[in-house]
Ligand binder design. Structure first.
Ligand code: ZN
Length: 178
């Protein structure tokens, strides 16, 4: 799996638009933050990973780079939640003025390797609208760089749906602006 330090841009600035910030792209060669993560956060991640929006451009397969003898699990399930696939998809989490990209394998790293994602990402996940909902797609449009959206067209929304999505999103997806 490609390594990125948390909250660093993982897209080429030359491609235009705001950078997409990496979260959870950890491996065994670089120290990574460890600590508490709530079950609520992991459950929300799992719910969002059930059918995550993906750009048309494939961003590649990823294994767990921390498991010593295997490539990590292929699925993940938390009691009371759906069983989700790991390794093939990424999670795009829009926040007020930024977009995070996290590998699906991250939920395993939190569960098995003690990885603690940045607090601002955790907050963004907890308030993220349901995956593929009008509110999610509107939030994604607001912060995604053009190349990402060009790579995978978003479903069209009616003007009414757009308005409803915007009114639901207020005041802000994330209360704090850094
Ligand atoms: Zn692992």
């Amino acid at each position: 799996m490609a390594w990125f330090e948390d909250l660093t841009p993982c897209s080429d600035p030359g491609e235009g638009g705001k950078p997409v910030l990496a979260v959870g792209w950890i491996d065994h060669l670089h120290p990574y933050p460890r600590g508490h993560a709530s079950r609520r956060f992991v459950m929300r991640m799992v719910e969002l990973l059930e059918d995550p929006w993906q750009p048309r451009r494939s961003l590649g397969w990823h294994d767990c780079a921390l498991c010593r003898f295997t490539e990590g699990p292929r699925t993940f399930e938390l009691e009371g939640g759906p069983r989700v696939k790991l390794g093939t998809s990424n999670l795009f989490i829009p926040a007020y003025d930024r977009l995070y990209i996290a590998p699906s394998m991250m939920v395993h790293a939190v569960d098995a390797h003690g990885y603690a994602p940045p607090e601002e990402f955790v907050k963004a996940v907890l308030v993220c609208p349901p995956m593929r909902s009008p509110a999610y797609l509107a939030a994604l449009r607001d912060v995604a760089p053009p190349w990402l959206l060009d790579a995978g067209p978003l479903p069209r929304m009616s003007a009414g749906a757009r308005l409803r999505a915007r009114s639901r999103r207020t005041p802000r997806l994330i209360g704090s602006r850094r």
